[in-house]
Ligand binder design. Structure first.
Ligand SMILES: [Zn+2]
Length: 456
């Protein structure tokens, strides 16, 4: 990579403005709220959109408000357009903060606040990369369109709307994940199955909040006093997991604590619903339905018990998270979140699971299938951006695969690019979310040079 002194000087000169801008953005708590006119995701999100548009204007870009769903602005010339997708909404702050979550406190070289990493920091880094390219007069033979969405965290209605009303460019990147680069996202399908439970002793089960989260808690109500037997049947290597039992009107309440994790990485957690299934299975409670569920998906997270395990070279292994489990009025319901490799078909996976469990009385409900997403390593997009990243970082890193679900999958040829560097803590959606300010500047430089390389 040839360094461009003018571009580096322009980037440096913008550091102060970059940090100020991001701090102002962090101070707007843009959590989705009740829709109002011109504010489909609530007034706080709308206020954030207005703030961003004012900054875009101030920086000499000409932003367009797409009905409160997104805003966008372009630089450069040419027939083709590169999209840069980031978002302005944040998840609720939650508990456990040492500082004001929207205070934008700077301490020890870090900026602290909800949205610093996900995704206002990356949005500002990309915005100022574009500003620096303008200031340095770098010729761009493609147009570069920054699209700032307002609903990434709650279903991506923003880009769905944008796609319908404006249309998305084919190619681009989203600074809403990790460096070096994510070029492969597995397919995602949620599979809900129902079956009768022919054992009146099993009164109820409740476990899980969302199919894409590993349940951290599972509660069952079982007829009679089985407290001792249940405690004996409980097995778990992890000391953080435990069973509690209590007697309620002559019945036993079993309460099992596991460790929650993201459903795309089930091995990172300990599934409380599975621990409960194991206890019930060992006690012989729940009849054939519980037995089959335990035997097929009670121990592994790779779908092997259902005959769908497998992997390919680009995306790694299939994962299966048992995300929701309930028994009510003699009816069991289970929902799996499956992340399958790019070479697999969601239809085949669903068909195999339905077929394996059909003989035991399970019926699969219709469900969504989000296709895998893959941009080859030898493509111009991946090649040029990775070359810039490796030059600046002095590495020979390669792009990698994840379980899926980034903003980039909206683009035909889209990758996720930064801005969490390898080895940095992953604080998105957590208390005390923060970023390293020097790395924020470094990411902006990587974006500037990458955009220049794509627009040569
Ligand atoms: Zn995000």
């Amino acid at each position: 990579m040839v360094t461009n002194q003018k571009l580096d000087a322009a980037l440096e000169a913008l550091h102060g403005d970059m940090l100020d801008t991001l701090r102002r953005w962090i101070q707007v708590p843009s959590v989705r709220g009740e829709a109002a006119e011109g504010a489909p995701f609530g007034m706080d999100v709308r206020r954030m959109l207005d703030t961003a548009m004012e900054d875009l204007c101030r920086l000499g870009m000409n932003p367009r408000n797409v009905d409160g769903y997104c805003c966008d602005a372009e630089i450069g010339n040419g027939e083709e357009t590169i999209a840069v997708l980031a978002h302005l909404d944040v998840v609720p702050e939650g508990d456990g903060w040492q500082d004001e979550p929207y205070g934008a406190v700077v301490r020890d070289g870090r900026l602290i606040g909800r949205g610093t990493a996900d995704d206002k920091g990356p949005a500002v880094a990309a915005l100022f990369a574009m500003k620096a390219l303008m200031d340095a007069g770098v010729p761009l033979k493609r147009r570069v369109r920054l699209i700032l969405g307002c609903d990434e965290e709650c279903g991506m209605e923003d880009l769905t709307y944008y796609e319908k009303v404006v249309g998305l460019p084919d190619m681009g990147f989203s600074p809403d994940a990790n460096f070096p680069m994510i070029n492969t996202e597995k397919g995602i399908t949620a599979m809900k199955l129902d079956a009768p439970v022919n054992d009146p002793r099993l009164i109820s089960i409740e476990s899980g909040t969302r199919s894409n989260v590993v349940p951290g808690l599972a509660v069952a109500l079982v007829e009679g006093d089985v407290r001792e037997a249940a405690a004996e049947a409980f097995e778990c290597d992890n000391e953080a997991c435990e069973i509690e039992t209590s007697l309620e009107d002559g019945n036993t309440c079993i309460r099992i604590t596991g460790i929650p994790a993201h459903g795309s990485m089930p091995d990172k957690g300990v599934n409380a619903a599975k621990l409960l299934l194991a206890v019930l299975y060992r006690l012989g409670i729940g009849g054939e339905t519980v037995r089959v569920l335990y035997e097929t998906t009670g121990t592994e997270n790779d779908g092997s018990g259902l005959g769908i395990a497998g992997q390919d070279d680009v995306s790694g292994k299939l994962t299966l998270n048992l995300g929701l489990l309930s028994v009510r009025d003699g009816q069991l319901s289970v929902t799996y979140d499956c992340r399958y490799p790019v070479m697999f078909s969601g239809e085949t996976v669903r068909g195999m699971v339905a077929q394996t469990l059909r003989d035991y009385g399970f019926v699969m409900a219709p469900g969504r299938d989000s296709k895998p997403h893959y941009v080859p390593e030898k493509s111009q997009l991946v090649g040029r951006m990775m070359a810039v990243y490796n030059d600046i970082m002095g590495t020979q890193a390669k792009p990698f695969a994840i379980g899926g679900g980034t903003y980039a999958r909206h683009l035909k040829e889209g990758v996720a690019f930064g801005m969490i560097f390898p080895g940095e803590p992953e604080l998105e959606h957590q208390a005390n979310e923060s970023i390293d300010i020097e790395n924020f500047y470094k990411a902006s430089r990587i974006y500037a040079y990458s955009i220049a390389a794509l627009c040569e």
